[in-house]
Ligand binder design. Structure first.
Ligand code: PA5
Length: 474
């Protein structure tokens, strides 16, 4: 396709297909059998996109026009602050974290300022563990810190609580200038964060209306944090736009990577593979596995189909890391229940090569490593794991990134988002809502005394009266 300026990411799905060593694999015809459903899904998704239901794709173009504003702001604040802290949770935290870990120096925060291009250290507070929050705030000097409060709804208790603590802290330390240390990313019109920001004069970025948290990485949610920490967000968007166009235009399950991955996921789910393992062989992609886990779980784990019938459907995502988890989880994948489908993510060319020294004095059984590289060892281990799983009759596939750079990460995000959207269509569920999360949010409001939730509070207290417990008095 015209937009494909560099070699793009590739997929190798041999391990999913039937072959001499893999008789249980799928036949080509089985994938082709889903083609009508895929054509239908492609048309439906195109409509949903037009109607503003799947803005993660539609808004990429308008995001491109906002990049200069984001970069200008990022470049203006980056030299002024030693620390940049994201306050957010779920989709408002995992994307920024994943991109940072994939694209910045692995020990970015430990580098000297000049090695970081005089950009701030980066932290994400995506929980409300009092120890973690307290210790971070104790460690950072608020007067040298910029806080980015990210909340689409502007109502999330965890993020709002963090915000109130940070704001109070800043007011005490920075006095009248405290607002210069807060930038918010939220909805254009809704939520409780917005009026406070307008009243107190915080810098503000908008999360477009039709985008849910887990699909929002390529909006100011992720782009601002990335730009502040020196990531090339132009390239990130460039890669995403190319993949987006390809997926929207490519016809046929063997040409369209999102259709292909969704078809493989659907066939495997139909055959009882209730677990989807995402296993990158690159430490930089470890948090990408967290982001994928949220995307897959929250989008596809649903109680009711589009007609309101109870279905209780979904495939459980599991995050793993190669090679580390070869020594903890692969035993289960190879010999435990055959209920998993595994996606390896491989990087073809790492930005660094690390040679292994030769020492001829060493025992022969270690000498074979000398003169090779860690890259070679990693590739060998990944390939050997594939082989072992194939011998064990387990299905697996691979996404291959030519390099771990912004362009290919942009492609990967869009591939996984579109795959999820396609899977939602095949399962006949709404992949873009999260009703199961809302009940917990409402319960929290009730227990914490929010007005209007009095009845819920009573219900929860009633439910909690009878407990089954065990106490150890040792
Ligand atoms: O994907 C989602 O929609 C959720 O994970 C939300 O991002 C998360 O609940 C935080 O919500 P908000 O951004 O409204 O604070």
């Amino acid at each position: 396709m015209e937009n494909q300026k560099k070699p793009g990411i590739r997929m190798d799905y041999t391990g999913m297909m039937s072959g001499s060593q893999n008789p249980k694999g799928f036949k080509k015809e089985e994938l082709l059998g889903l083609q009508n459903a895929m054509d239908q899904a492609q048309a439906t998704l195109a409509n949903r996109r037009e109607n503003g239901e799947i803005d993660f794709s539609k808004l990429l173009v308008s995001m491109k026009t906002q990049l200069s504003e984001i970069i200008e702001y990022a470049d203006s604040v980056a030299p002024k602050f030693e620390n940049f802290v994201v306050l957010g949770i779920g989709g408002s935290a995992l994307g920024p974290l994943a991109i940072h870990q994939a694209l910045n120096h692995y020990y970015y925060n430990d580098l000297a300022p000049e090695q970081r291009g005089h950009r701030p250290r980066f932290y994400v507070l995506d929980n409300i563990d009092p120890v973690r929050v307290h210790e971070l705030l104790q460690m950072l000097d608020p007067s040298k810190t910029l806080f980015n409060v990210i909340s689409k709804s502007g109502n999330t208790s965890e993020t709002m609580a963090q915000f109130l603590i940070v704001r109070d802290n800043l007011q005490q330390v920075c006095g009248d200038n405290y607002a210069e240390h807060i930038v918010i990313t939220t909805d254009k019109e809704k939520g409780n964060l917005l009026p406070i920001a307008l009243k107190e004069g915080y810098q503000r970025f908008v999360i477009p209306a039709g985008i849910g948290g887990r699909f929002s990485e390529l909006t100011p949610v992720g782009l601002l944090a990335a730009a502040i920490c020196g990531i090339d967000i132009n390239q990130l968007l460039e890669g995403a736009l190319g993949m987006d166009q390809w997926i929207r235009e490519a016809k046929g399950v063997f040409s369209n990577p999102a259709q292909l991955r969704a078809a493989l996921a659907h066939l495997s789910w139909q055959k009882g593979k209730n677990i989807s393992v995402f296993m990158p062989y690159a430490d930089g992609l470890k948090t990408m596995a967290d982001w994928y886990a949220q995307l897959w779980a929250e989008s596809l784990g649903k109680g009711y189909d589009r007609q309101g019938r109870a279905v209780h459907i979904g495939q459980t995502p599991v995050k793993a890391l190669g090679v580390t988890d070869q020594h903890s989880q692969v035993q289960l994948y190879a010999e435990g229940p055959d209920d998993k489908v595994i996606t390896f993510v491989a990087v073809e060319k790492f930005k660094e090569t690390q040679g292994i020294p030769i020492d001829l004095e060493l025992p022969e059984d270690i000498q074979f490593l000398g003169g090779r590289t860690l890259e070679e060892l990693l590739f060998a281990e990944q390939k050997a794991t594939e082989y072992a799983l194939t011998l064990a009759g387990r299905q697996h596939q691979k996404i291959i990134l030519p390099t771990l750079d912004a362009y290919h990460i942009g492609q990967l995000l869009l591939l996984l988002e579109w795959e999820t959207a396609y899977m939602g269509e095949l399962l006949n569920i709404n992949a873009f809502d999260q009703p199961g999360v809302e009940e917990g949010k409402n319960g929290t409001y009730a227990l914490m005394g929010r007005k209007g939730y009095e009845q819920k509070k009573q219900d929860i207290e009633e439910y909690g009266k009878i407990r089954h417990t065990l106490s150890l008095d040792i």
